[in-house]
Design a protein around this ligand. Structure first.
Ligand code: NAD
Length: 495
């Protein structure tokens, strides 16, 4: 399958499609072969992109919110019109199945639509001082030039989740996609250009030298915001770098999501939910169920049923409409998964299915279900990012909660059980999102860490005078998403 003709392979810098200092290949993970080559941005390109973004930002911010909203609205319409193309580029360069790719392409547009609606509702606050003598007026202003760094697993959604609120707020952006999946970001840049984003407001630069690129960009004082989605390790490094420049940051990092099956769960529903929370996107989702904490009375039955379903998934290239499980992103990813599986089996985990590399070209790893997984094994403690379901039997709800919380990650979790019991468990989980009797939690209108919903835009606006007691700073916000609580249609079905 070839790259669609309309898909750009050059960078968008100040409204111009441009080359860089050399190129690097973009591989098709289904074959391991190059699809095309894209430019490697030079440090000069980084400086020029920041120049362009800084020049364009004031005029963009000064535009009536309605005008900014209309650009985003057109971007939404264009993503809908170009859904097939977007899906194909993602399936080609990332390897996700066409079904997952279409689902993401639809989700992508929703960020443009949601934030086109938010752009015209930027509020402020009026308060009276405790003495009663003064008034405090707080209003919001765009933070300026935002540097956006995105991962490969949702190459379109992670880009629009950042670009849309930034543009709505009146910021300009320099986006650097990861080198595995630059083509999707370039296509999104084109859709935004076609939607009327002025030159310099959206710049998308590609490179396979992320460290050098980001260090250069962060040392430019005109960059006022760093928004990063990626691994916890890289996030830590970037937080340190950002601290040196006292830079406003948003960090969306890795996960180790527990999927809890309580004693009174409906097993059919739990398996169905697991099939969404685990193999979707080849298990390469920050929100993926990483550990299955299953009540000991149903653990074997759950393992058998899940193995039957996962084992039946048809493996193949992302671009083949019949494929249900695509490749991993690259050879390093396959090595990492195989290593975690091997280390866990060596300390006592039992393979029900999978657990052995496939003899075929491309970067594939088979659907794998492991039982009796030791609680301190690699499978239970590290982010897997592959189609591997480790099952850990738990004694009771208390045991499940304790184990679920025994991690530094706190992104997503899933709970299957009766509503009352499930809610009690959900409340005690130290995570940002809980899917209660649901295997999907993402929704453009729902809060995700500090992104999505209105907060996504507020993080790109600055307050002139900060009020004490900003609840976004002190409290932990938890989104519980459940079919039992809200109509299913209010949660986005795709991602
Ligand atoms: P990654 O951390 O390797 O890369 C993310 C971005 O950082 C890329 O643009 C990359 O080029 C850049 N980068 C990498 N090394 C860098 C360095 N030394 N200096 C500066 N920039 C650098 O992550 P990934 O492998 O692309 O993505 C997978 C990770 O992302 C997983 O851990 C996953 O859980 C996480 N993720 C989180 C969310 C969320 O919303 N929390 C969403 C999707 C993915």
């Amino acid at each position: 399958m070839n790259l669609p003709e309309a898909a750009p392979t050059r960078m968008l810098l100040d409204g111009q499609w441009t080359g860089g200092a050399g190129t690097f290949p973009v591989l098709n993970p289904s074959t391991g072969e190059p699809i095309t080559h894209v430019p490697r941005a030079s440090t000069d390109d980084v400086a020029r992109a920041i120049d362009a973004a800084a020049q364009a930002q004031a005029e963009w911010a000064a535009r009536p919110p309605r005008e900014r909203a209309e650009v985003l609205r057109r971007a939404f319409e264009l993503t809908v019109a170009h859904q097939d193309e977007l899906a194909l580029v993602m399936a080609l360069e990332m390897g996700k199945t066409l079904k997952d790719a279409h689902s993401e392409a639809a989700y992508v547009g929703e960020f443009f639509r949601w934030f086109s609606e938010e752009a015209v509702r930027i509020g402020g606050e009026l308060r009276r001082t405790p003495s009663g003598t003064n008034r405090i007026l707080t209003f919001r202003k765009p933070i300026g030039v935002a540097l956006l760094l995105t991962p490969w697993n949702f190459p379109a959604a992670m880009a629009t989740r950042k670009i849309a609120p930034a543009l709505a707020a009146g910021c300009s952006v320099v986006l650097k996609p990861v080198s595995d999946t630059p083509l999707t970001a370039l296509l999104i840049a084109k859709l935004l250009q076609d939607a009327g984003a002025p030159p310099g407001v959206v710049n998308v630069l590609t490179t396979d030298k992320a460290g050098e690129f980001v260090t250069t960009a962060l040392s430019d004082a005109r960059v006022h915001k760093l928004s990063f989605t990626g691994s916890t390790g890289v996030g830590r490094t970037l937080l340190k770098q950002a601290a040196d420049h006292v830079l406003n940051t948003s960090m969306e990092l890795g996960g180790n999501g527990p999927f809890i099956v309580l004693e009174d769960a409906e097993l059919d529903a739990a398996v169905e939910g697991a099939m969404l929370a685990k193999p979707r996107n080849g298990g390469q989702a920050c929100t993926a169920a990483n550990r299955f904490l299953v009540h000991q009375s149903v653990a074997d039955e759950f393992a058998q049923r899940l193995a039957a379903r996962m084992g039946a998934l048809r493996i193949g290239p992302g671009t083949d409409p019949a494929t249900e499980l695509g490749p991993m992103i690259n050879a390093r990813a396959v090595d990492g998964i195989a290593d975690k599986v091997d280390r866990s089996v060596a300390v006592g985990a039992r393979a029900v299915i999978g657990a052995a590399r496939l003899d075929r070209s491309g970067f594939f790893y088979p659907a794998t279900v492991l039982t009796d997984v030791p609680r301190d094994s690699a499978m239970a403690t590290e982010e897997i990012f592959g189609p591997v379901a480790p099952i850990i039997p738990v004694k009771d709800d208390e045991d499940a909660v304790k184990l679920a919380n025994a991690t530094e990650f706190g992104l997503t979790s899933y709970v299957y059980g009766s509503l009352a019991r499930g809610l009690r468990v959900a409340e005690r989980l130290e995570v940002g999102m809980v899917g209660l009797n649901r295997g999907l939690v993402s929704d453009p209108a729902a809060l995700r860490g500090r992104e999505g919903v209105r907060t996504g835009m507020r993080r790109r606006l600055r307050r002139h005078r900060r009020l004490p007691g900003n609840h976004l700073r002190g409290d932990r916000l938890v989104v519980v998403c459940s079919n039992n609580l809200v109509p299913a249609s209010s949660c986005w079905p795709g991602l």
